[in-house]
Design a protein around this ligand. Sequence first.
Ligand SMILES: [Zn+2]
Length: 323
Amino acid sequence: MRSILLALVPACVFAQAQPVPPTTAKPGWKWSIDSVHTVINAVRAGRSLKPAKWPGNARVAVALSFDVDNETIPIRFGEPTVGALSQAQYGARVGLERIVKLLDANKIPGSFFIPSVSLAVTPTMADVIKRSGRHEIGVHGWIHEMNSDLPDSVERRLVAKALSELTTMTGVKPTGYRAPSWNFSPNTLRILRDLGFRYESSLMADDSPYELLQDGKPTGIVEIPVEWILDDAPLFDPRGERYASPRDVARVWMDEFDKAYEEGTMFVLTMHPHISGHRSRIVALEQLIAHIQAKGAGKVWWATHGAVAEYVRKEAKLDPVVP
Ligand SMILES: [Zn+2]
């Protein structure tokens, strides 16, 4: 039964899943406490960068992000099907335009994390995103590779290549990185530091920005945390066992926003043009934006991830730590 259900779940869902730990791993009860400390401290949340106030006396920062994966999802494991490729192409052909139009009509900025190959397949996406001058483009791997499957040298080469190609294709050097599938390897942080990234957005230790520690030491890298609750992929699969109505999902996002507003923190949402760009799903984003604008009128700072990272960095007087 389980295998039948798995066969019904399309690649886009697996694309969001974290890898299953290798079966040869030693179970935790066999670890020494030193091993526990070493593993936990390799990459960990450091000091909170929640500012005393947000710009313009806003109560809350709202940062919407869109991972423009498209065809890289079916291609990355090397066995794409024509059907899956067509479903992915929808993101570039229809979904992105629909999302950008909604943001631009509301004069809202967004952060678009794009695998380099995705943009190379449809270079005109850069023009769509850049049209308003409000949006940011960030690195999202070269071909949406799973970092934890790769040796350090390969992961490093792919991130460097993606950074350089995105810079060439968009004319702007990205300052932020989001790991494909939020799959952060033990080498990722070191690579980001070496390549001069200023912020990262794939980890989940807080509701507010924080500084990443490596082996217990500050890095100067700002984390803009994400959460699966605030991601469109897991619940929007009409063939999977976890399907939820977009309108119900929008209600969860509104509750997340309401608490962020109450607590004066930050609301970060992750969406995908090939998923949320569909007609019945863009409704969820429309409803969310309307809710935020009605409830938080004049008290919301809409910002890109990069703008949030730079603001909290300045407020906390956080300098990048030389690797
Ligand atoms: Zn992605």
